[in-house]
Ligand binder design. Sequence first.
Ligand SMILES: *Cc1c(COP(=O)(O)O)cnc(C)c1O
Length: 359
Amino acid sequence: MTIYNFAAGPATLPAAVLQEAQRDLTELPGVGMSLLEMSHRSKPVVDMIDRAEDDIRQLAGIPDNYRVLFLQGGASLQFSMVPMNLLTPNGKADHIVTGNFANLALQDAQKVGDIRVAGSTEESNFDHVPSQDELDLDPGADYVHFTGNNTIYGTEWPAEPDVGDVPLVADLSSNIFSKPIDVTKYGLIYAGAQKNLGAAGVTLVLIRDDLLERSPESLPAMLSYSVHAKGKSAHNTPPVFSIYILGLVVKWLAEQGGLEHMEHQNQGKAKVLYDELDSSEFFRGHAHSGHRSPMNVTFRLPCPELETQFAGEATAEGLVELKGHRSVGGIRASIYNAFPMEGVRVLVSFMKEFERTHG
Ligand SMILES: *Cc1c(COP(=O)(O)O)cnc(C)c1O
């Protein structure tokens, strides 16, 4: 039976990437040793990390005045590293709260410094993101933090918030490289790799050079962007294997046709699912149209019992990990870059059949 994995992260990886990693696991071609047993100071490993960085720069058009960092601690460590590094002495920052991870980012940042909520959609259970005129932005803030795609609620910002000259910081863990991106709009972007970029264990950080100067000397080395940038992500032992997988995924994205092609693919996949939600009285989508995520499609059935039954019967058919996040319930289909259109079509057939027999 073909398994279609709708997990929100760690998530489906391109089969070609897994096969290449398996083939080269015991002996990296031309080297005769496994990447897993080589020094991070050795030439093959340094070259591999440099190549991953170059490929990322090429894929996303990252300007020269941005550093590409491969860090550890997950996207979650960035919740506190961002304020530790980017808040100026006695400075303050704005956060926009559009979901569970945005809330966690806020909570950690508030432990570090003076953080204000500049907008929130919590009152409507995060079924949309704020419009520009709903934002109360402080022009004197050190930065504005927002979450580009809300993995648990299934919403995505249709465009970045306009924050004027204040540096924009984004958690793009669940939609990075799912579409073209204008990096120059951002001061800092971070993304845990295990949704759209590869395996868990590495977090991609893109940071504009001028912001590196804000990292206080007093910060412990591992928490300082400036230290990681100077060390070219190898201040200590980096997660070499996770960077390698990330590099393979980025190479795969380029081979598919790049980010414009991925956007086209992702929109196509999402449309099949959202069209089904729109044409049904039985399934109800959570996100407002216009703010719907192409990555995480969230919906409800008439009652929680039917949702449990739906997820259970789907699993038996090889459609796995459809249960919504424990904090919201319902059903969530995560269909990141590597998730195939065929799996979406199989899910929609299953939904039609389930509605016919239980509706
Ligand atoms: C999954 C996720 C996180 C948490 O990532 P970790 O790497 O597990 O820390 C943070 N933000 C968003 C938007 C996510 O989807």
